[in-house]
Design a protein around this ligand. Structure first.
Ligand SMILES: Nc1nc2c(c(=O)[nH]1)N[C@H]1C(S)=C(S)[C@@H](COP(=O)(O)OP(=O)(O)OC[C@H]3O[C@@H](n4cnc5c(=O)[nH]c(N)nc54)[C@H](O)[C@@H]3O)O[C@H]1N2
Ligand SMILES: Nc1nc2c(c(=O)[nH]1)N[C@H]1C(S)=C(S)[C@@H](COP(=O)(O)OP(=O)(O)OC[C@H]3O[C@@H](n4cnc5c(=O)[nH]c(N)nc54)[C@H](O)[C@@H]3O)O[C@H]1N2
Ligand SMILES: [Mo]
Length: 712
């Protein structure tokens, strides 16, 4: 082997090997980390990746999913060119067309629907991706439709609704300055590894951690000084029992309540029914442990509870989440270092420490229409607190035509498997007169679309991204498009032009829009910023100063105080202004469906549907499987790896059994997003939280039996 061959084989960059290293970022997971990547390029192909040393979020590291980026961008099932459907919906028969043809046809069809049925008849829908969202919302609004909706109809925004009920703003826990961190329904080693690392460091410096999770997770085992294991979905009762202990012992913060809190008396009277014995029966947690954690929380100052998104994935989810946050309110754990404080986001769900013009960008073209967005009549609290339609109602509105018909849709990264009763969602797509889908990969949504557009990955596009450490980054493509694909923002701006929208800014392209949105950042030399390789500090960083909200006396709730009794909720007679506890199970008969299924607890090797088809991460857990407790497995004569059937009144699927003590008897856990067996097929489309519209992914009744055997 020659020296050059050796260099190439060892992937050593340099002029001799012809390998160059370029910087990009991972767009496989949540917008928080989006880790920096060093891409090693040879002859226009990515041959190796590593985490970028010194990058704000990952400092050289990559997780299991991030390390699979090379497989991800070269997945075989990428859409290679724009396509037009030639066979029946779902048949997979398509013909290639040019980008110009695709834009023209989409524009003609959507404009015709607008003329025939009104602009609200077209929905603009986006999946998990965040990076192009303000652009899609602006496209919808400029078109005249209020129907912009996203995966946030099932993700994170319910925690925002909950915390707005109490504090008027979303909140974030201050790990840096606290002494006790309660990870309530959170497994950070798996679902947010920078937080997991932060908590290890916190413990090394004497911090205490409580983990509250029905599954005995890695985080419970490695981080918890105290681990509480509630029955699924009983967190509201647990929180209320802790509140009662705190109030009865005089550990609540009287002066704080007096000065800042609304509705304490009504709340106190309500929580008094949750004595320790009652709570032990509901939650399965020994009374003494509940008392111990309540005391530790109240007496350790400062302390913080960080309730997760998982708490909200059930029909009583918003109230359970509010019940947990109420503990922060009665102990004065708000807007002080080491507690929780307002969380302002700069751009695309990330905090860059400055106020961008993202809201203005969208607001200035808001359509003047009396037509309410999809789901907003059904979920009025959501409508008041989130500037998006509630997409969990989309299929219902398409199928019923009420209160007005939805006839067309532009879907960008829409995954049908995300929707409860996914089969019904696909049936709804088939009712549309016109549906255009834009995605990186061929998905079921694409197979049911009229026009399909190929989108670029983060390796093939430029994008601006903010980081919590007050950094901002403008990435550049590290390779040419692998196929004839384009960035989503180019597609949106291209469609704005083809649709003939009177929207000069959007029609002028991504970079001009960005300059407008980012103008408060203080970046003066935009060209230099665009050319810069890697993140730069934000010149005008003015992050939130903890304490300033209370100091200003402006808690943005209806009463101007922190509301244990929510006046925002009190407007709606079918909702309860107090964070009442109720069971979140669905209506399925417990005799026929004896198990409680909690789906979607994060796996280390998966992000929704994204890397299931990539062999490296998939090899770590190749089978689609359901976690079953050993006692249940023994009773039902199920062995590790057996094929079992899971069924609900809606559907049945077959998966393998994973017999594990991670779960409790009577409870099942399984991950979502698999093509072979989609757990969301089992869910009733109506099993939604009336406060937020969020699906009960993490609590519904289910039967389990060995495939071919007797029902459980
Ligand atoms: N049972 C159950 N279901 C759940 C959950 C659960 O806990 N349990 N969790 C819910 C939550 S919190 C979330 S966030 C959702 C996840 O929401 P989904 O939207 O289901 O997430 P993904 O499958 O990651 O991505 C959706 C699509 O976006 C495409 N895509 C990826 N990147 C891009 C891009 O840059 N541009 C375009 N145009 N497309 C792109 C992908 O190929 C994919 O088809 O799932 C929800 N579903
Ligand atoms: N590896 C990986 N990381 C991810 C994702 C991914 O798909 N893969 N998705 C990202 C996204 S979109 C989101 S929204 C976040 C979600 O972030 P989280 O909501 O924090 O993540 P989950 O793993 O769904 O749930 C966390 C823990 O809550 C527990 N839990 C479930 N039900 C209950 C309950 O009733 N009570 C209590 N106390 N605990 C409960 C689960 O057992 C789990 O261990 O994760 C993000 N991070
Ligand atoms: Mo999510």
């Amino acid at each position: 082997m020659t020296r050059i061959e050796e260099l190439i084989r060892a992937k050593i960059p340099g002029p001799e090997s012809g390998i160059v290293v370029r910087h990009t970022m991972c767009d496989i997971c949540t917008p928080g980390p989006q880790c920096g990547i060093d891409a090693y390029i040879k002859d226009g192909k990515v041959i190796k990746i590593e985490g970028t040393k010194g990058f704000p979020s990952n400092d050289g590291k990559l997780c299991t999913k991030g390390a699979a980026n090379r497989q991800y961008i070269y997945r075989e099932d990428r859409i290679k060119t724009p396509m037009r459907r030639t066979g029946p919906r779902g048949s997979g028969k398509f013909e290639p067309i040019s980008w110009e043809e695709a834009y023209r046809e989409i524009a003609e069809r959507l404009n015709r629907l607008k003329a025939d049925y009104g602009p609200e008849s077209v929905a603009f829908v986006c999946g998990y991706s965040k990076w192009f969202r303000p652009f899609l919302q602006r496209l919808a609004f400029s078109f005249g439709s209020p129907n912009y909706m996203t995966e946030s109809s099932a993700c994170y925004r319910a925690t925002v609704v909950s915390s707005k009920c109490l504090f008027g703003v979303p909140v974030i826990g201050d790990l840096r300055n606290t002494k006790l961190f309660i990870a309530w329904g959170s497994n950070p080693f798996i679902n947010m590894y920078p937080l997991g690392r932060g908590l290890l460091n916190f413990k090394e410096h004497g911090g205490k951690v409580v983990v509250i999770d029905p599954r005995n997770t890695q985080s419970a085992q490695k981080l918890a000084d105290i681990y509480l294991r509630p029955k699924i979905g009983t967190d509201g009762a647990l929180a209320h029992a802790m509140a009662r202990v705190i109030i009865e012992n005089g550990w609540s913060d009287g002066p704080f309540i007096e000065k800042y809190v609304h509705g304490f008396e009504a709340y106190r009277d309500y929580v008094m029914q949750f004595d320790l014995k009652t709570a032990e029966t509901i939650t399965g947690i020994p009374a003494g442990d509940i008392y111990r954690v309540a005391e530790l929380f109240a007496k350790t100052d400062p302390s913080v509870i960080s309730p997760s998104n998982a708490i909200t994935h059930r029909t009583n989810g918003c109230n359970n989440h509010r019940a947990i946050l109420s503990l922060m309110a009665i102990t004065g754990r708000f807007d002080r270092p080491g507690t929780c404080y307002p969380d302002y986001q700069t751009y695309c769900h990330s905090d860059g420490g400055f106020q961008s013009l993202e809201e203005e960008f969208v607001d200035q073209v808001r359509p003047r229409t009396d037509k309410k967005g999809v789901g907003l009549e059904r979920f009025p609290l959501w409508a008041d607190m989130v500037d998006e339609a509630q997409g969990m109602h989309l299929a219902t509105q398409i199928l019923s035509g009420r209160p007005y018909p939805i006839r067309g849709m532009l879907g960008m990264g829409v995954n049908t498997r995300m929707y409860p009763n996914s089969r019904r969602f696909v049936e709804a797509l088939d009712q549309l007169e016109f549906f255009a889908a834009d995605d990186i990969f061929w998905t079921e949504a694409c197979r049911h679309a009229d026009i399909v557009l190929p989108a670029s990955t983060s390796f093939e596009r430029s994008e601006v991204k903010c980081y919590a450490g007050r950094f901002i980054n403008y990435t550049k493509p590290v390779i040419e498009p692998v196929h004839d694909n384009r960035p989503d923002t180019d597609i949106i701006c291209g469609l704005a032009n083809a649709l003939d929208l009177e929207d000069e800014l959007l029609c002028s392209g991504y970079d001009n829009c960005l300059q407008y949105i980012m103008s408060p950042s203080g970046i003066e030399d935009w060209e230099a910023f665009r050319a810069h390789d890697g993140p730069i500090p934000v010149p005008n960083a003015a992050p939130y100063q903890i304490g300033s909200m209370l100091a200003s006396g402006q808690v943005p709730t209806p009463t101007g105080r922190i509301e244990l009794y929510s006046e925002a909720v009190a407007r709606y007679p079918h909702l309860n202004p107090l964070p009442v506890y109720q069971d979140s199970d669905d209506n399925a008969d417990p005799k026929c469906y004896p198990f409680v299924m909690c789906s979607g607890a994060r796996l280390p090797n998966a992000v929704h549907t994204r890397v299931h088809p990539c062999s490296w991460p998939r090899s770590l857990r190749p089978d689609v499987s359901v976690d079953v407790h050993p006692q249940d497995a023994e009773r039902l004569e199920i062995d590790q790896g057996d094929i079992v059937e899971l069924s609900t009144p809606v559907a049945a699927i077959q998966v393998r059994a994973n017999v594990t003590g991670l779960t409790s008897p009577g409870e099942l856990h399984m991950y979502h997003g698999y093509e072979e067996a989609n757990v969301n097929d089992l869910l009733d489309a109506g099993h939604l939280d009336p406060y937020t519209g969020f699906p009960g992914y993490k609590q519904f009744r289910c039967a389990l039996h060995k495939a071919g055997g007797e029902k459980a």
